[in-house]
Structure formats: C-alpha cells, structure tokens
Design a protein around this ligand. Structure first.
Ligand SMILES: [Cu+2]
Length: 163
C-alpha cells in the first residue's frame, strides 16, 4: 500500500515538477496558499511592510505555521492586530494552527505577516517572495503581489502617522 502511494507521489512530482515529497510522505502542497498580497510602501524610507493571504490545510492532520522566511526583509513575523481597551495593538503570534480541512485568513485588521527591516521599498505591481514553514507540510513557497498602499492605519512600532 505504502509503495503504491509513493509511486503515485513520484508520478505526480514528475508531472507537475513543482511538488516536493518530504521524507514522511507529506506533500508540500498539503497547505495551499491563495490571495497572497502585500501593501506597497507609502514612503521610500519605509522599513516595515505587511503581507496577507489565505492558508488552507488540505492535509490529513492539523498543521501549524512555525516561521516565515524572506530575503526582502531582515525579519518576518506573524502578528495579530487587536483592540485592547480602545487601543489598537499588534501582538506577535508564535505559531498559527490550521485545523485539518480548515483555513485561516490573514487580512487587514487581523492576522498578518509583518516584514521588518525591508531591504527595499515594496513597489506596487511588483512581487514579494516568501517561504512559509509548516510543522507537517514543511516549506511552502509563496509569491505575493504588491498592491496598493494601505488605506487604513496600522499601528506599527515604527510609527504610523495616526488615523
Ligand atoms: Cu504587524
């Protein structure tokens, strides 16, 4: 049974050329990422950026987003925007669980990936490459489209201009 499964995986990998079979037999594509987009930098000196996307777990078990890697910035962290006593704050999220068959939306006003120490401003119309590391699915490459500058305020440590 296991042999048959592995042969199917190999055939699929050869066909698509982009699927990596991990040693455990878990496919990297067990987590599907859609609608990945980043905000364009408002000013050329911007050092922070935000990225949003939808994560779907098509695997057989719960999965967990452990970390984010990008060459575009010094660090990339998962944050959650929350209103605490009328003050909007961003709190770091250590790990994000995605239930089997479930999905999690990273969107403005909620969960987001925060880039800190941008190597270059994010230009509208460009793309941003990220790699998401999941506990079970392993690394998943993501290409985010760079869209408009954020319309709403986002309380960054580096100081938004308010409102
Ligand atoms: Cu943030």
């Amino acid at each position: 049974m296991r042999k048959i499964v592995l042969e199917v995986l190999t055939a699929t990998a050869l066909t698509l050329g982009a699927i990596i079979a991990l040693p455990s037999g878990v496919l990297a594509s067990d987590v599907m990422v859609t609608q990945a987009f980043a905000r364009a930098s408002a000013v050329p000196t911007a050092r922070a950026g935000t990225v949003y996307m939808t994560l779907m777990n098509h695997g057989m078990e719960m999965d967990r987003l452990l970390s984010i890697i990008t060459e575009a910035a010094a660090t990339a962290e998962l944050h959650e925007t929350k209103e605490v006593d009328g003050v909007v704050k961003m709190l770091p999220v250590d790990a994000l669980d995605i239930a089997k068959g479930g999905s999690v939306e990273l969107k403005p006003g909620g969960l987001h990936i925060m880039l800190m120490g941008l190597n270059a401003p994010l230009k509208k119309g460009g793309t941003l490459k990220l790699q998401l590391i999941f506990e079970r699915a392993g690394p998943v490459d993501v290409v985010a489209q760079i869209g408009e500058v954020a319309a709403e305020s986002h309380a960054h440590a580096e100081g938004s201009t308010g409102n």
